[in-house]
Write a protein that binds this ligand. Structure first.
Ligand SMILES: [Zn+2]
Length: 178
């Protein structure tokens, strides 16, 4: 791909492509909806404002533009041959930000699923939806298992405290009866 566009022009193009790429995102959303998944979109309360948030499964989905987020080995993410440093710098900053966002979300117990725009092309959509659905379900199961673990740990702690209080009380009673 020869780069005949100026940085300015490419910026405008990419911005347009970026907002137009809500179309594949919409397709993903409606496919997930039809499969029974319920979600919020663009949740500002979460780091990185994820595109799709599935609270029940403690999972967020980002739909990433292949060029902007540097999809490895993907033809769409081809770096222009002019102003190469500029684009590389920009993309690598985006990737750093992405990683920072994932870290924050994972620290809060969220599972992060990345879907690349090329994976939402018509020919790939069904496979992608199947993969993402399976991942969401797995995350949901892991989340519920972790919750159950925590519930058990709390219950054990409560039992332990109760037993200790009872032991203390019976010691006190013993002392009093002396
Ligand atoms: Zn791609």
């Amino acid at each position: 791909m020869s780069d005949v566009l100026t940085i300015e022009q490419r910026h405008r193009n990419m911005a347009a492509i970026h907002s137009a790429s809500t179309k594949p995102e919409l397709q993903l959303r409606s496919s997930l909806w039809h499969r029974g998944f319920r979600y919020r979109v663009n949740d500002k309360r979460l780091p990185g404002r994820p595109d799709i948030v599935l609270p029940k499964y403690r999972t967020v989905i980002f739909v990433h533009g292949c060029f902007w987020h540097g999809h490895k080995g993907c033809p769409i993410s081809h770096i222009p041959e002019t102003n190469t440093d500029f684009w590389l710098g920009k993309i690598s900053r985006n990737q750093e930000r992405d990683q920072e966002v994932w870290r924050k979300l994972e620290a809060k117990g969220w599972s992060v699923v990345i879907v690349w725009e090329c994976q939402l092309k018509k020919a790939n959509l069904d496979d992608t939806v199947a993969r993402v659905s399976a991942e969401i379900v797995r995350n949901g199961e892991a989340y519920r298992a972790a919750q159950e673990e925590r519930r058990k740990a709390r219950e054990e702690y409560r039992q332990e405290r109760k037993a200790r209080k009872e032991r203390e009380q019976s010691l006190l009673d013993e002392v009093k009866s002396l």
